[in-house]
Write a protein that binds this ligand. Structure first.
Ligand SMILES: [Zn+2]
Length: 459
């Protein structure tokens, strides 16, 4: 009896497999297949030509020679690099720009915004950004409702220890730096807030009873300890009371991040040209060093000797805002290219823009092409030729490589593809493409149905 039952079970299984096999033959197994690209996925030690298949917004397979017939949409990415969607852990986001009623008297504000719209960063292969303390405990909900919840790009945040957030005129007010309020807010939004930011604290004026040298850092650390998260420090050394060495060797905990590491104010290169030993010592302690390029935090005279002596940054980030996006930082791929020009390998630059920042923000589910992880993907091209790059001191460094972003995929949707890698030539497009919207049928005339916007096919 038992044997018969077993035999029946095998028969039933075989029948089920047969049906599944037929269905598989009719409907493509994958939504999207990136074919023939050079996959760089440092998290999985992959560095070679492979195909990447996407299904249901997730990575479904990373293998050699996946048949084109198994995917609904196939994109030839040969000659290009396929990497996890890039992670930029230092940006400043807002609604950005002005509404179209800007010139009307009813326009809400005529101040020039400092932060930028988050989705702009999709143009650089970036699929996750971390806002660096633009909002604090009192303003985070507005940031969440007005920007984070409305963006296609994944937006996470460092919470400013200052409850009012950045640049609101209250950054020197100690009453604003309440570790309890900070930790409470982080616990409430633990899925979005990755840590605490301290910045711009008491950089010029003389110390007084309220403004002690370490108040900003100490309160951020207190919040970080309470909430169990790292802190990101934007720092201005003021020795002897507030030296850089004390920050990175004593105050910061392992896993805390010093952003703006190659800024002019840090003694990271000694007069003899050698990397200051405190940098190696701090790195050994577990302190993380992040680029945070921005408009005033990247000098080749610090970065170049450091990189040449093997002191590469742990993570590359832009510090993009209105003051840095046009000329100085420009974009994630522009800053990654600067590190190529300084002699870093492409593999290192990709590691510092994917798996490393993912670890730093404790989101190891991101920054990888592991099967089953979210399909956030960058398709990059490495150009060879004569290129030059600038720093924030208006000095130049020449190089012979340049990374550009060709396509960005966010949760399986192709959200950036300006050169039409994934598109058919317009003359060969299907009939619908030639359709003119009418009162009765307002469908957008598209060449295919593949999602080009996260969560929706049409705006
Ligand atoms: Zn910043």
């Amino acid at each position: 009896m038992l044997r018969i039952r077993k035999f029946l079970a095998v028969l039933i299984c075989a029948a089920a497999l047969g049906v599944a096999g037929m269905a598989w033959a009719q409907t493509p197994q994958y939504d999207l297949l990136l074919k023939g690209g050079h996959v760089l996925d440092p998290a999985n030690h992959i560095d070679g030509v492979m195909d990447v298949a996407v299904s249901g917004g997730k990575i479904a397979a990373v293998e050699k020679n996946i048949p084109a017939s198994e995917a609904g949409k196939v994109v030839d990415v040969s000659g290009l690099y396929v990497t996890p969607g890039l992670i930029d852990i230092h940006v400043h986001i807002a609604q950005g720009g002005a509404p179209l009623d800007w010139f009307a008297p009813i326009a809400r504000s005529h101040l020039r915004p400092l932060a930028i719209p988050a989705d702009i960063m999709l143009q650089s292969g970036v699929t996750t950004v971390v806002d660096a303390g633009t909002a604090g405990a009192d303003t985070f909900l507005t940031e969440k409702e007005e920007v984070i919840d409305r963006s296609q790009i994944r937006v996470l945040a460092w919470l400013n220890i200052v409850a009012d957030g950045m640049n609101g005129g209250l950054e020197q007010d100690l009453d604003q730096m309440d570790p309890n309020r900070c930790a409470e807010t982080i616990r409430k939004y633990r899925d979005l807030i990755v840590g605490v930011k301290t910045a711009h604290y008491w950089t010029v004026k003389p110390w007084d009873a309220e403004h002690t040298p370490w108040a900003g850092v100490d309160r951020a650390e207190a919040c970080g300890r309470m909430a169990g998260v790292p802190i990101m420090v934007d720092f201005f050394p003021r020795p002897p009371e507030r030296p850089y060495s004390e920050l990175i060797l004593k105050k910061m905990r392992p896993g805390d991040i010093h952003t703006h590491v190659f800024a002019q104010q840090f003694p990271i290169i000694l007069p003899n040209g050698k990397v200051n030993p405190i940098m190696w010592e701090a790195r050994k302690r577990g302190v993380i060093f992040d680029v945070g390029h921005g408009a005033a935090s990247f000098w080749f005279r610090n970065a170049m000797p450091a990189v040449q002596q093997g002191f590469e940054p742990d993570s590359i980030s832009t510090d993009l805002h209105e003051g840095s996006i046009v000329q100085l930082a420009v974009s994630m791929v522009n800053i990654m290219s600067k590190f190529l020009a300084m002699g870093e390998s492409l593999q290192d630059v990709i590691r510092q823009s994917t798996v490393n920042p993912a670890r730093e923000i404790h989101r190891t589910d991101l920054g990888t092409l592991s099967v089953g992880s979210v399909a956030d993907i960058a398709v990059l091209q490495l150009l060879h030729g004569h290129f030059s790059y600038m720093d924030d001191g208006y000095a130049r460094q020449d190089g012979n490589e340049k990374l550009i972003a060709r396509m960005t995929i966010r949760q399986g949707a192709i959200v950036f593809d300006p050169s039409g890698l994934s598109m058919v030539e317009w003359q060969k497009a299907r009939k619908l493409y030639y359709h003119t919207p009418t009162d009765k049928d307002m469908r957008r005339a598209t060449a295919d149905d593949y999602p080009r916007h996260l969560g929706k096919n049409e705006e």
